[in-house]
Design a protein around this ligand. Structure first.
Ligand code: ZN
Length: 677
């Protein structure tokens, strides 16, 4: 592993933070923490921690010795000085004289000694940093180091590879006991430069930030070299179907398995040669079911992944059945693990949900699952890391993680669970929504509105620039799509299913107004309008329905019809006719797919004023239609202008109206001529 220390960068960061009143110890602590945190082979998603012992002024102006240690909830890759809260070192050091200290008292002692009471909780490994005397201490969960420790004879192998420069600490749950044990190992040989924590990770020490960091890289490189020596293709491939199904067909089936539990998930698919070798392995059941490579992954991934049968493209029904059976037995086995372990700890715990977080699919790859796309991606990252480390372990000898009791203790440890934090639940959390014509106007506002409700949103538009802008804005998926082409629509929705796991809500919004007196308008224009204003909706609804049925958890189709569908306007036949057909289309879907719990509804919007349109533009448009500004608002019963956001809200309302189907919601400020009767 390359040492990325740069004197120039270090000096620059010291200068930059000096202007903000941060001393050079803390500035350099930030610098090397980021170097470590940005290397996924060392730490992932909040894993690992670092510290520095320095001096700071307390409220009385006294210059006291403090430990600045990584705070809970911070990621080393983008850490700031406030992510390394300062704790009074003297008071922490005293704790070593205690025989026992429970977690609650430990956390309390750490918080009570913060210089700034508004700081985040110092790391659960704070005392380990505090008890050791070294100025800079770095801790990572290096893949290469874990590849050596996670073996039946990991201790002996590590001693051979790292030698006398490192101390060796058996696995102990992080906290007071581990901190004491680490100090004890250090006391026996004070010349050590770091510690190997078996089945957990590695610590390195230094008098300077550079020294601690460089020792980390040096030791990790030794581990990497050892792993490299044993690299071989070790997994024997299992028999796979002749034609394995596509991820776009497999994901909705798997996602559908979780709907019964009343819980919805978002999925993140990963595959590459390494992942495939692992999931395709004949012995995947042996090496993948021994818990995670370092304990703190457990809280995000659960101890073991679910393995489903290889999906045969010619027998997806059989795959669905096999997957359901596999999930049932996974859940049974998780439940009995909980019962067994909860008995051991005096029935003091409450069972977590039974949903796996990783699914291994032979012939395809793996999925990370969680409540939203961001956390599903984190789970998938951890899954890939586990694949890499376990593959290494199996090529050296065999993979072995901590025993079940220890796995349970960390999975059900309150301090670990606290790391996950509970966000505010939103009504459409974990739902996947597709919005066509999402690049501007009503579509863009609708994409935003569904995103605000917790949805993962895929924005479809023919305009690549617009689609990217909106998708970036809401953190969604942007796809260029021509809705008049069934091929383009199928491709786009397959991408959505492969990306998020399925589709729950379709807002079929794309449309455009053609005009012409109906007896004289060219067939070409009329057909063009039908292509977009009718076939566009049918293409989307047909494909979305197929995905929804594969999931088997219902769904919601929403169409943007227009006033024209109900109340034809002069010379607007080319627009109104296909829109009227789309109104019928909406009702037909409601009738044909009610059995599948797929709801179908429409919004009839009129006289929408985009939030961005100026009065002058409205005036222009009105003039073009031969209307004055006053006329434009005439017949508006509420006398209130209607904005794209109002239409977006109507779509959201219909998505939430669980018992409503075949309905039209009107959003026009009240136009009695367009009212449904
Ligand atoms: Zn750790």
């Amino acid at each position: 592993m390359k040492n990325l220390w740069s004197n120039k960068q270090a000096k620059a960061i010291v200068r930059r933070y000096a202007r903000k009143g941060v001393n050079s110890d803390r500035a350099l602590r930030v610098y090397t923490s980021r170097l470590l945190g940005n290397e996924p082979r060392l730490v992932l998603h909040g894993g690992g921690n670092t510290s520095v012992k320095t001096r700071m002024k307390d409220v009385m102006g006294k210059n006291i010795e403090v430990l600045c240690v990584k705070g809970s909830g911070w990621d080393m890759g983008n850490i700031e000085p406030q992510g390394l809260p300062a704790v009074r070192l003297e008071n922490l050091r005293e704790l070593i004289s205690l025989d026992k200290l429970n977690d609650e008292d430990m956390v309390n002692a750490q918080r009570a000694n913060l210089l700034d009471s508004s700081s985040p909780n110092p790391s659960v490994e704070t005392l380990l940093h505090a008890f050791l005397p070294h100025k800079f201490i770095d801790h990572t969960h290096s893949n290469a180091v874990l590849s050596l420790t996670d073996q039946p004879d990991g201790d002996a192998l590590c001693r051979k590879v790292f030698g006398k420069k490192m101390g060796y600490v058996p696995y102990i749950l992080p906290g007071f006991d581990l901190a004491k044990k680490a100090f004890e190992v250090y006391q026996k040989d004070q010349s050590i430069e770091g510690l190997i924590l078996l089945k957990h990770g590695i610590f390195t020490f230094g008098a300077t930030a550079k020294e601690a960091y460089s020792r980390m890289i040096e030791q990790v490189t030794l581990a990497e070299k050892r792993v490299e020596r044993s690299k071989k293709n070790i997994f024997v491939r299992a028999n796979l179907p002749k034609k394995v199904a596509d991820v776009a067909d497999v994901a909705p089936i798997l996602r559908g398995l979780f709907g019964d539990a009343g819980r919805c998930v978002v999925m993140d698919f990963r595959t590459n040669a390494k992942v495939r070798a692992y999931v395709d392995g004949k012995d995947v059941r042996r090496y993948s079911q021994k818990s995670t490579v370092t304990p703190d992954h457990v809280i995000r991934t659960k101890p073991n992944p679910l393995i489903v049968p290889a999906p045969d493209a010619n027998n997806l029904g059989g795959f669905a059945k096999g997957a359901k059976k596999a999930l049932d037995s996974y859940q049974k086995s998780y439940h009995s693990y909980f019962e067994r372990q909860n008995k051991r700890v005096g029935f003091s715990k409450t069972e977590l949900d039974l949903m796996p977080r990783i699914i291994l699919v032979p012939g395809l790859g793996l999925f990370g699952l969680d409540g939203n796309s961001k956390s599903a991606a984190i789970v998938a990252d951890l899954a890939e890391t586990n694949v890499g480390v376990i593959t290494n372990c199996e090529s050296i000898s065999s993979y072995q993680a901590i025993p079940e009791n220890d796995v349970f203790d960390i999975e059900y440890w309150s301090l670990e669970q606290a790391k996950l934090g509970k966000g505010d639940a939103k009504p459409l959390d974990s739902k996947i929504c597709v919005v066509s014509g999402g690049g501007s106007g009503i579509g863009a506002a609708t994409a935003q509105a569904f995103s605000d409700q917790g949805c993962e949103v895929a924005v479809l538009d023919w305009n690549s620039k617009a689609v990217r802008a909106v998708a970036d804005d809401i953190g969604g998926l942007g796809l260029v799509c021509d809705v008049t082409s069934a091929k383009s629509v199928n491709k786009a929705l397959d991408k959505v299913a492969a990306h998020f796991g399925g589709v729950d809500i379709l807002v079929s919004n794309a449309g455009a107004a053609w005009q012409g007196r109906i007896g004289e308008v060219s067939n070409k224009i009329l057909r063009q309008s039908f292509e977009l204003n009718f076939w566009g909706h049918q293409n989307l609804a047909s494909k979305a329905t197929a995905i929804m049925r594969a999931q088997g958890n219902g769904g919601c189709l929403l169409f943007n019809i227009s006033k024209q569908a109900i109340n034809p306007g002069l010379d607007f036949g080319p627009y109104g006719l296909p829109k009227a057909a789309t109104l019928s289309l909406m009702r037909q879907y409601a009738v044909d797919y009610g059995d599948d719990s797929i709801r179908s509804n429409a919004v009839n919007a009129d006289r929408i004023r985009s939030g961005l349109l100026s009065d002058a533009l409205i005036e222009d448009r009105s003039k073009a239609r031969g209307l004055s500004q006053k006329d434009y608002m005439s017949g508006n019963l509420l006398g209130k202008e209607v904005f794209v956001e109002d239409v977006a809200q109507a779509f959201v309302d219909l998505a939430l109206a669980k018992k409503t189907t075949a309905s039209v919601t009107t959003v026009d400020g009240g136009n009695i001529a367009a009212a449904l009767r």
